[in-house]
Design a protein around this ligand. Structure first.
Ligand code: ASP
Ligand code: MG
Length: 457
């Protein structure tokens, strides 16, 4: 049995946290492969620092080194410290060289290279903590493992097939020998061997890629919360922890609301039917949430109600736009140039409306202004919108569900501004004004989560 265990920034963020994590790893059964984020705060520090280069170079490297050396000095002494320092100095040397390499700084992927440095050091520290506890372990970078990635700077995707064949050669022998690899999350390497990061929070995705490549039996994402919740507990104090759900439900929830898991974590494990558990490293006795293929019949209509605030609807009017799909395509292409996320699209005869984050409105306008003026008659923007995402397995195959949900929305005196239904069979998404959204979530949660839905459904 192979388990991939991923530990996030807070789980490896202090000497105590690292000791706790080492115990979790040692207590686990079967073969284990570890994936880690950078220590908490480190990636933010690097992201900020990189913009000040080359002037900030000395401060950056000094502070970076100090942060890691301080943690190490509290964890190791004598021989274990000497052993650690040997590896540490070597990696610091490479980082220093990278920071003074002028040619490298001109590479469009330079930021990927700098911001991926945190993981190289957290993995090194954790691997040495395991070793000093008497466990055989090796710290491996994504370069060492052959985790391959492709895509634009700062937003890579893994090449699953290539990573699988490389990792079988480079990582599998360690597993067979009983050695625990501690692998860098957050980035892979391009065909030229240089780093490409998977986007912020991407270590969860890395762990899923490793689980996929190694054909693991289980993926455990260890974080600082108990698991997925039926709603945000800050809004719904009696929100309950979700014990199990299927991949589709988890993917929708991760994407639309809950910040428990990076949304891209699901796909690499789903395609290989590898179950995923979300666990709390500060409370290892808690079972967490298990996400798998199972579709068990349930009584309650909704698994969870998530919400996303600070959104805007941009409605573009143009006569008979429905008869001009090429124009819709042009508009979408323009918006996509900015790499903004479009949460929902809806069309009518002469309108196409997009739901986007309010921060993106300005840049979208700038792009739309470059379209042929004949294309667009009018653009309207509605700010202060919120998206409600009601998630439940097989939700839309049950007759009358929408009527039930929108009756509840009416009770909250909220006007529905936009609806997206049917795009996924596990969720019903709609937009209401931000001022009403918490009431909507409260009423829906109260009525349909954790209790039996009304008769007739
Ligand atoms: N360290 C990276 C970040 O902060 C990746 C991660 O934590 O998942 O975004
Ligand atoms: Mg994270």
């Amino acid at each position: 049995m192979i388990t991939v265990m991923k530990f996030g920034g807070t789980s490896v963020g202090s000497p105590e946290a690292l000791q706790r994590v080492a115990k979790i790893i040692i207590d686990g059964s079967g073969s284990k492969i570890i994936v880690v984020s950078a220590m908490s705060g480190i990636t933010n520090f690097l992201v900020k620092g990189v913009d000040g280069l080359p002037d900030s170079r000395n401060d950056l490297i000094e502070e970076f080194e100090k942060k890691h050396a301080d943690v190490a000095s509290q964890l190791f002494d004598g021989e274990s410290l000497a052993e650690f320092m040997k590896d540490f100095e070597e990696r610091m040397g490479r980082f220093r060289n990278l920071l003074s390499d002028e040619a490298a700084s001109k590479d469009p992927y330079y930021k990927d290279n700098i911001t991926s440095q945190g993981e190289r050091f957290s993995s090194l520290i954790l691997s040495h903590v395991l070793r000093s506890a008497g466990v055989r372990s090796v710290a491996l970078t994504s370069e060492d493992c052959g985790i391959y990635a492709e895509g634009r700077p700062l937003s890579g995707s893994a090449d699953l097939r290539k990573s699988e064949s490389m990792m079988n050669i480079k990582v599998k022998p360690y597993i067979d020998e009983g050695v625990i690899p501690v692998i860098t999350g957050f980035y892979g390497i391009k065909n030229d061997g240089l780093p490409l990061t998977f986007g912020r929070g991407g270590s969860d995705y890395s762990a899923a890629v490793v689980a996929n490549a190694m054909n693991a039996d289980l993926l455990e994402i260890w974080t600082d919360v108990d698991g997925f919740m039926s709603a945000d507990p800050r809004i719904i104090p009696d929100a309950i922890k979700i014990e199990e759900m299927n991949f589709s439900e988890a993917a929708e929830l991760a994407y639309f609301g809950a910040k428990v898991l990076h949304p891209r974590t699901i796909e690499p494990v789903r395609i290989k039917h590898i179950p995923l558990k979300v666990r709390n490293s500060f409370k290892p006795e808690e079972p967490g949430t298990i996400i798998h293929h199972l579709r068990r019949p349930r009584d309650d209509m909704l698994r969870s109600v998530a919400m996303k605030t600070d959104l805007s609807i941009i409605a573009i009017n143009s006569a008979e736009i429905a008869y001009h799909p090429e124009m819709v395509a042009r508009i979408i292409e323009k918006i996509a140039e900015n790499e903004v996320v479009i949460y929902s699209i809806s069309t009518s005869l002469s309108t196409v409306a997009f739901l986007v984050h309010s921060n993106d409105v300005k840049s979208i306008f700038a792009k739309l202004n470059t379209l042929d003026p004949g294309d667009i008659e009018r653009i309207e923007v509605k700010n202060d919108m919120a998206l409600v995402c009601a998630v439940g397995d097989n939700l839309l195959s049950k007759c009358g569900v929408s009527a039930e949900i929108f009756t509840a929305v009416k009770e909250a005196k909220a006007n529905v501004e936009m609806i997206s239904e049917g795009a996924s069979d596990v969720s019903l998404n709609f937009v209401v004004p931000m001022s009403r959204v918490t009431d909507v979530v409260k009423i829906l949660h109260n009525k349909y989560v954790g209790s039996e839905s009304d008769e007739g459904l």
